[in-house]
Design a protein around this ligand. Structure first.
Ligand SMILES: NC(=O)c1ccc[n+]([C@@H]2O[C@H](COP(=O)([O-])OP(=O)(O)OC[C@H]3O[C@@H](n4cnc5c(N)ncnc54)[C@H](OP(=O)(O)O)[C@@H]3O)[C@@H](O)[C@H]2O)c1
Length: 247
């Protein structure tokens, strides 16, 4: 298949492109930057220079490539201060809203058959009840104020992509609390990071803000039962424990 990867030069894109190429697909990778074309060549992709926030550039790129599949891995998450989530996520929110819309409308115009995008289940679910949520579970009725724009952008992305009736969401088998996986990641990966410290909520709020405390203590995981049931999908690594070790 001919696959168009938006976000091909990113952390995920750089892993994904060579795997798609190795699986026999013709991959076209998008970047904003002329200078990153060589990287895309090295990864095995045909470089496409376009800005995801410019609808004309996106439409022109997709009209030229005419892909079978679009994979949306765009993001602009840089250094994040959890006390200023709205500010730090504003560029990513634009990519999740405007960027998604530009890709979808250009995709429709050239008859793309499949569109794969990533959401983030943890941020959107109600922070009460069980630790693992399904698509039927309620969303957070009272998000932390500084998380609202992020959640709205994620919900826009999900609504736009699922509204196009082209894809379904999938997660791993073994959702875990941050208090469980973060120390394991630091140790298993020998990242050179110190073992994370536990601090009282008051101190956490002071240094990480309300959003930081919420992200570290209240987020829920998402169930993959529906994808397994309806798509016969099986994750390559069933648990983050194996995934961390393999990475
Ligand atoms: N990074 C995280 O912490 C994190 C956490 C949760 C979920 N995710 C999700 O994982 C997926 C991939 O993220 P990642 O970590 O691989 O991202 P990343 O390493 O930050 O890479 C971002 C990619 O987006 C591209 N991009 C950004 N703005 C663009 C624009 N205006 N026009 C065209 N391309 C643009 C960049 O291309 P150029 O710079 O070459 O133009 C780059 O290829 C996203 O769906 C993201 O929401 C990431």
């Amino acid at each position: 298949m001919r696959v168009f990867v938006a976000g091909a030069t990113g952390a995920i894109g750089k892993q994904l492109v060579p795997r798609l190429v190795a699986a026999g697909h013709e991959v076209h990778g998008m970047t904003r930057s002329q200078s990153r074309q060589a990287l895309l060549h090295d990864l095995g992709a045909v470089p496409v220079v376009a800005d995801a926030l410019d609808p004309d550039q996106v439409a022109e790129a997709l009209a030229r490539v005419k892909p079978d599949v679009i994979v949306h891995q765009l993001t602009a998450i840089g250094a994040v201060d959890t006390r200023h989530m709205e500010r730090d996520f504003a560029p990513t929110n634009r990519l999740r809203t405007e960027g998604t819309d530009h890709l979808l409308s250009a995709a429709q115009a050239v008859g793309v058959r499949r569109f794969v995008a990533q959401s983030n289940g943890a941020f959107v679910y109600a922070r009460s009840g069980g630790a693992v949520k399904s698509e039927e579970d309620p969303l957070d009725p009272t998000p932390v104020r500084k998380m609202r724009a992020i959640i709205a952008a994620l919900r826009h992305l999900e609504g736009a992509v699922l509204g196009a009736d082209w894809t379904q969401g999938i997660v791993l088998d073994d959702p875990a609390r941050v208090a469980e996986w973060l120390p394991a990641l630091a140790l298993a990966q020998a990242l050179g990071a110190k073992k994370p410290r536990r601090v009282p909520l008051l101190i956490g709020r002071l240094f990480a803000g309300e959003c930081g405390v919420q992200m570290m203590t209240e987020l829920r995981g998402a169930s993959n039962a529906k994808a397994k049931r309806e798509l016969a999908w099986r994750p390559a690594h069933t648990s983050w424990r194996q995934g961390f070790a393999a990475a």
